[in-house]
Ligand binder design. Structure first.
Ligand SMILES: Cc1cc2nc3c(=O)[nH]c(=O)nc-3n(C[C@H](O)[C@H](O)[C@H](O)COP(=O)(O)OP(=O)(O)OC[C@H]3O[C@@H](n4cnc5c(N)ncnc54)[C@H](O)[C@@H]3O)c2cc1C
Ligand code: SF4
Length: 477
């Protein structure tokens, strides 16, 4: 509790496992606020008339609205505001990259509001055991290929509007890349809780069914699907393109992280080098530190620390957990007789900006060094897998490589087939909404009708929970 008037402006610290303890296991690092802590933190929110937090969120989640409910100690109300526009909230309250917090104006006044943590308070202390309600059935079938967050969000949007949607997922479980997120971020049961709320919608999940192998766009059409959404994500990964890369002991970060979540027994040896500087590289290196029982784990990244694409929180937590960083170095060759024994890296420098305005990476002659290691984990980006898909789709590739349609509504080169994805869970959800809205507009236009607005997800007449006096604080800031 605050001890003086000024301290009320300081962010209520998020309880977490100390670095020395947490690195011994995959136990979740962050713990929930108590109810009192949540209320105290929520009461720091200024209830901005122009809420930058909401504007920064790809799905425009009404953070201001649920924070106000928590400030009033109304956790049920907060859960309702959250779930009214966010069907994957149990997952996102643990793993969202919280773009809202980066935009929060309290940054300069004791720290940005702990919005993601407050969402967790709303979801865990409020009544989140609702089921969504579908509108009157439209009797039109839509196929969604890919059960990651983009596909699931589209299923929610279309299910609410009364469509009959089938999600086809090639893997045995739903979630897409959510399944690779390490358990120290979230336990792994969260998505199941989220998808359980879809029960009343006309959404069917078919796992282990791969487009291009088990069915085609043509068979979907002949089965009566009037529109198809491809939410295929980036299941492949980029390679280093250096000698020795095929030695046993060189593994892709995505494969290693998925394997770890399934069995927690990835055998990496004691010394691990991870190549890359993004969030996936941080997940890989922090997981490696745990899997090697606090062994020697090193990140090799070709630019400087402040140029890492990974979020600063991830980098700081990795440093606290004892990860070693080697910046401005590029891999040259993986070495070993029959298996990985080390990796040769070379110093690199950035040149002056070229015609594109971006500096290029220039190797420094004679600067090679060998890092002895038992495994090399490659985390240099993912890519789409379009095997078996027709070229007429005329797909383009978004930020981290997901396939998408060229149209504003994400329609591909084939009439009635849409495609999109996103660089984070919440971005993928926003993409799913965009495609679902495009599909609804396409189908309603064929029927000579107007697009269907998103119905009240809790059923006609159910209160959406916007508080009286919304838009202004009910306490003195
Ligand atoms: C290790 C890792 C950690 C991450 N951590 C976070 C995090 O903490 N927070 C965050 O916000 N984001 C995180 N991300 C990013 C986030 O998970 C992705 O941006 C998001 O999952 C993309 O969603 P999507 O639905 O577009 O694609 P995906 O999640 O890739 O889902 C696509 C789905 O389509 C399926 N599929 C592909 N081809 C076919 C086919 N031919 N037939 C049938 N099914 C097919 C795939 O199996 C997959 O299930 C992380 C990503 C990785 C790899
Ligand atoms: S103070 Fe509150 S309403 Fe304003 S940006 Fe931060 S969280 Fe949003």
């Amino acid at each position: 509790m605050p001890t003086d008037e000024n301290s009320r402006y300081d962010r209520v610290p998020i309880p977490e496992e100390p670095a020395t303890d947490r690195v011994q296991s995959f136990v979740e690092i962050k713990h929930p606020y108590t109810a009192d802590e949540a209320v105290l933190e929520a009461q720091r929110c200024l209830q901005c008339a122009m809420p930058f937090c909401v504007q920064a969120c790809p799905i425009a989640q009404d953070a201001r609205g649920y924070i106000l409910k928590i400030a009033q100690r109304d956790f049920d109300g907060a859960a309702q505001v959250i779930l009214g526009e966010n069907p994957l909230a149990t997952t996102l309250c643990k793993v969202c990259y919280h773009y809202c917090e980066d935009a929060c104006i309290m940054h300069e006044r004791g720290g940005e509001i702990a919005i993601r943590q407050l969402k967790r308070s709303g979801m865990e202390m409020g009544n989140a055991k609702i089921e969504y309600a579908a509108s009157a059935p439209v009797h039109e079938r839509i196929a969604i290929v890919g059960g990651g967050p983009a596909g699931l969000m589209a299923a929610w949007e279309l299910g609410l509007r009364g469509y009959s949607a089938t999600v086809f997922e090639s893997e045995p479980v739903l979630g897409g890349q959510i399944g690779a997120i390490p358990k120290y971020h979230m336990d792994g049961y969260e998505l199941e809780l989220d998808v359980a709320r879809f029960r009343q919608l006309d959404v069917t999940f078919t796992v282990g069914a791969r487009l291009g192998r088990d069915f085609t766009l043509d068979t979907l059409r002949s089965d009566g699907y009037l529109a198809i959404y491809l939410a295929l994500g980036t299941p492949g990964h980029n390679t280093l393109g250096i000698p020795g890369e095929n030695l046993p002991g060189v593994v892709a970060a995505l494969d290693m992280l998925e394997e770890t979540n399934r069995s927690a027994i990835a055998s990496l040896g004691r010394r691990v080098v991870v190549i890359g500087g993004g969030d996936v590289a941080m997940d890989a290196v922090r997981s490696a530190r745990r899997l090697t029982h606090v062994g020697e784990v090193t990140v090799v990244y070709r630019r400087k620390r402040d140029q890492m694409p990974a979020g600063h929180e991830e980098v700081e937590e990795a440093e606290a957990e004892g990860v070693e960083f080697k910046f401005e170095r590029a891999p040259v060759q993986v070495i070993g007789r029959g298996k990985v024994e080390g990796i040769i890296v070379r110093r690199v420098q950035l040149s002056a900006p070229g015609p594109s305005g971006r500096p290029s990476i220039v190797p420094v002659a004679g600067s090679e060094e060998t890092i002895p290691c038992d495994s090399v984990v490659v985390a240099v980006g993912e890519k789409a897998d379009l095997a078996g898909l027709p070229p007429e789709l005329d797909l383009v590739f978004g930020g981290t490589g997901w396939p998408q349609g060229k149209g504003d509504d994400t329609m591909t080169g084939i009439d009635g087939v849409f495609a999109s994805g996103g660089r984070s869970v919440v971005h993928a959800m926003a993409a799913g909404t965009r495609s679902a809205v495009g599909i609804d507009a396409y189908l309603r236009k064929r029927a000579g009708a107007s697009p269907t607005p998103r119905p009240n997800p809790f059923g006609a007449g159910a209160p959406l929970g916007l508080p009286a006096g919304y838009g202004g604080p009910t306490w003195s800031p």
